[in-house]
Ligand binder design. Sequence first.
Ligand code: GLV
Ligand code: GLV
Length: 324
Amino acid sequence: TLARVYVSRKVPPQGLDILRKSAQVQMELWDSDDPVPRRELLKKVKGCDGLLCVLTEKIDSELLDAAGPNLKVVSTMSVGFDHLSLDQLKKRGIRVGYTPEVLTDAVAELTVALLLATSRRLIEATHEAKTGGWGTWRTLWLCGYELANSTVGILGLGRIGVAIAERLKPFKVKKLIYTDVVPRPELAEAIQAEFVSMDELARQSDFLAVCCALTPDTQGICNKNLFSKMKNTAIFVNTSRGGVVNQEDLYEALSSGQIAGAGLDVTTPEPLPNNHPLFTLKNCVILPHIASASYTTRNAMSALAANNLLAGLRGEPMPKELQL
Ligand code: GLV
Ligand code: GLV
């Protein structure tokens, strides 16, 4: 008998093709670029064996109750899993697929781009060039900070943190440091990064990149306490999850000159309302959560999510399964 699956977004074609060609499943699709309304989702998951979702869907006990006892697999097209209630999924014996590794290169590239856009003030600069601020060449106008001879700090050293560090090294970074709940010598060795405390990370970093997962332990850890120890010349970048940052504290640090600039690909909430105070700051570059947004990567994520779903439904090991 066919497994019933619901796909809660028009994911890129590679994944949809895999599901359409599978003789194993009967797929229903929310055929839109925008999120499925919650009420519709709760209705559609009823009786499903599998669910393929994206990060805008909260997979909590309400949803799992609505789905009912047939649900065996939840496959998310994301590396982040803070939208999933892992304890609820575990309790019900539902297996979870996600999409690590395939997006590491794209996220690392975007993080470097965002870091440089922030440190060299690119968004401000194009705005000035276009809107009449470019009166003449001036000696200190639009000056920023160099990676050469700098110390780069990584908060949360995983695959993505390593990939960012590898890309920054050729910019003649002098020193790489990182912090995490425990030292990660096998990852740190490849990039010759030194393990330091959170305090030292704040104190020493000229560039601080947040690369950790959002969990109850990392919620709001980038706060007043951290920013107050950072250099006035430091650049802060976050391509993980907005919840890791206390945004009021960040606003205060940026507007008071406590730190020099911030580049954010993720915020709380998303989208960030366009009247949000952070949008008034020239030294804050805000992107609409696009770190993994290359055609190659989004298709690879879609295909991996589809293959995770199919393997899970067959009761086989998934290509990338989250251990609950
Ligand atoms: C994107 O943020 C992801 O988690 O894949
Ligand atoms: C800059 O354009 C220079 O010529 O120094």
